[in-house]
Design a protein around this ligand. Structure first.
Ligand SMILES: NC(=O)c1ccc[n+]([C@@H]2O[C@H](COP(=O)([O-])OP(=O)(O)OC[C@H]3O[C@@H](n4cnc5c(N)ncnc54)[C@H](OP(=O)(O)O)[C@@H]3O)[C@@H](O)[C@H]2O)c1
Length: 284
């Protein structure tokens, strides 16, 4: 059986190592900057040892689950060989950073789970159903696809050079959602609702919106004044955000302008309604 090692026993490394071992893969070694981190993960996996990075780098399949800035230096420093595969798990760093391993004959690739890993015990539950961006030559791609299937993950193939847009784009479905909610919380604070109360009310709405997008697509899920061509409501919204501050009004205006694209795609509004909305968002 292919021996698997992890270098980097942090949030993602611990989660993937445990998940793969639980699904019958031979996770034989874990290395990390501190021995204690490696030992903590190795102790949870039968047959797995805490070792140094040089020893971990002898496994058949080595995952580099270290901070992005550490991937290149490790790839340059360790003694790779042909017949093995070296994979990083970063979304933003190109696989080319592993070239030093390729020059020594190893196959190099990427395996980026599109999910948030905070606490490994909880994160392991999130793997199934999540997507994972896979990149690599055909033999390694097939191996990584099999691993994804074992974990119940959906494989998404990434061509070389696409990572900045892939990872930057994914921010809109992750941390940028928090910026949206921050804007709502700031607005609601003006009439005395605190963040905890606001989130209690807003998160079910956010979940409902995302669920509708899953069922009907983005344009089909569009609700609210733009979807109805309600110019009067939008005027009142804009006035309220102007009173909150110019940057709040600008943000609201920009998002409304983006929604017009969805409204057009939904086919629900006529040209006159779309033009009236456009005029409103462009007016300063
Ligand atoms: N967390 C996420 O949500 C997530 C999601 C997708 C992808 N990723 C990617 O996964 C990779 C790891 O991220 P993470 O969030 O798991 O980071 P992390 O929790 O900070 O863990 C990184 C681990 O690497 C170890 N380390 C640091 N420098 C090292 C070195 N030179 N040699 C050996 N071990 C070293 C650290 O060691 P010690 O603990 O031993 O000090 C730490 O345990 C990154 O490429 C990241 O982009 C993360």
């Amino acid at each position: 059986m292919t021996s698997i090692a992890f270098i980097g026993a942090g949030r993602l490394g611990a989660t993937l190592a445990l998940a793969l071992a639980q699904r019958g893969r031979a996770v034989t070694a874990v290395a990390s900057r501190s021995r204690a981190s490696a030992q903590r993960v190795a102790a949870a996996i039968p047959g797995c040892r805490a070792v140094d990075a040089a020893e971990a780098a002898t496994a058949d399949l080595v995952f580099l689950t270290v901070p992005d800035d550490e991937i290149g230096p490790l790839a340059s420093r360790l003694a790779w060989r042909s017949g093995q595969s070296v994979v990083h798990c970063s979304g933003a760093t190109e696989v080319a950073v592993l070239e030093p391993a390729a020059r020594r004959g190893a196959l190099i690739g990427g395996f980026h789970p599109l999910q948030i890993f905070a606490d490994p015990a909880q994160a392991i539950e999130l793997l199934a159903g999540s997507s994972v961006a896979i990149e690599g030559p055909p033999a390694l791609e097939a191996q990584l696809r099999t691993i994804a299937e074992r974990l119940g993950m959906r494989a998404l193939m990434l061509p070389p050079g696409a990572r900045a847009l892939y990872h930057g784009g994914a921010s809109f479905a992750a941390s940028f959602l928090l910026s949206m909610l921050q804007e709502a919380v700031d607005a609601w604070r003006c009439f005395g609702v605190d963040e905890a109360q606001a989130l209690q009310a807003l998160l079910p709405l956010a979940h409902g919106t995302l669920a509708a997008a899953g069922r009907k697509g983005l344009a089909g899920a569009l609700a609210g004044p733009v979807s109805r061509g309600d110019v009067g409501v939008l005027q009142r919204h804009l006035q309220a955000f102007e009173s909150l501050g110019a940057e709040h009004a600008a943000f609201y205006r920009e998002l409304t302008a983006r929604q017009l694209r969805l409204a057009r795609a939904s086919g629900r509004l006529g040209e006159a309604q779309l033009a009236a909305l456009q005029t409103l968002v462009e007016r300063r």
